[in-house]
Design a protein around this ligand. Structure first.
Ligand code: SF4
Length: 274
């Protein structure tokens, strides 16, 4: 019997989880046949304007994550949409805001495989230019056939977001066991070998990832492919409300992290301090 409990926020001294187990548990909440939970459909300025379906559920628990609290409490948020209905709403949003790209965001799109593999099919019926999948690479890395299935669709681009350059950094940042560290890199290899359009991003913000680890990440990517490594998109952590709460739960003072409060002196508050 599995003794893991459903992970929500990371707290100091957390017990690392198997992200494939968390993916399955989350799917029991957010998937229903080929339907998946969404909380909203809207357009945003990233990618020079993109219509977005905001999905529920992820298989990692990054402490700096900016997504809504539906990541942590998927039972309480969202409504189920089939792939055609979800794409119809995304397309309507694109038309209303005069943008020609689409994506699903806010969670991990590779959860609910039946739903995800039907979405690009529905997308092919639209006249939108590009469908972007933003993934943490865990499920793609665990199953090459999933990558192959995505590769048969045209006008689909994958963005893989790496979280760490070492197994220890991966666990500390995402909450997942260090054995899963390699999965996103395997996803990159599979995307490359299957000829899927993709690029790689990484949370290399120096407040989160030490310079040595960033170097290790870039070296690992270079081993896979020098061009992929050279086109790495480097992410910066922003103070979204949910990020602040998750950092505080993890034991990081967000005001200090974002430079709004000076680090206290080690002697502060000590009667004998200078
Ligand atoms: S940052 Fe991305 S991968 Fe990490 S928990 Fe949030 S949605 Fe999941």
């Amino acid at each position: 019997m599995c003794e893991q409990s459903y992970s929500r926020f990371l707290t100091p001294g957390f017990k690392p989880f198997d992200p494939l187990w968390l993916a399955r548990e989350t799917e029991r909440i957010v998937c229903d046949g080929d339907k998946r939970k969404y909380t909203a459909f809207y357009a945003t300025g990233v990618y020079a304007g993109i219509a977005t379906g905001y999905i529920v559920g992820c298989c990692l628990r990054c402490y700096y994550c900016w997504t809504g609290f539906e990541r942590d409490f998927p039972e309480f948020f969202g409504h189920f949409y089939g792939p055609e209905e979800a794409m119809r709403r995304i397309e309507e949003t694109a038309r209303r805001y005069e943008v020609n790209k689409a994506r699903i965001s806010g969670g991990e799109p590779t959860l609910c495989r039946r739903h995800l593999l039907s979405l690009p099919e529905a997308f092919q019926e639209t006249d939108l230019k590009l469908f972007i999948l933003e993934t943490n690479g865990i499920l793609f890395g665990a199953d090459r056939s999933y990558v192959r299935a995505i590769g048969r669709f045209e006008r689909v681009h994958v963005r893989v977001s790496l979280k760490a350059g070492t197994p220890e950094g991966f666990t500390a940042r995402t909450g997942a066991v260090p054995e899963a560290f390699e999965l996103p890199f395997r996803a990159v290899e599979a995307l490359l070998n299957e000829g899927v359009s993709f690029h790689v991003a990484a949370m290399t913000d120096p407040r989160i990832m030490p310079a040595r680890e960033r170097k290790a990440l870039i070296e690992r990517l270079t081993e896979i492919d020098a061009v992929v490594a050279a086109n790495l998109e480097e992410e910066i952590c922003d103070p979204y409300e949910t990020t602040l709460v998750r950092m505080a739960a993890y034991g990081i003072d967000p005001a200090e992290f974002f430079g709004l409060r000076k680090k206290s002196s080690p002697d502060a508050g000590h009667p004998g301090g200078l």
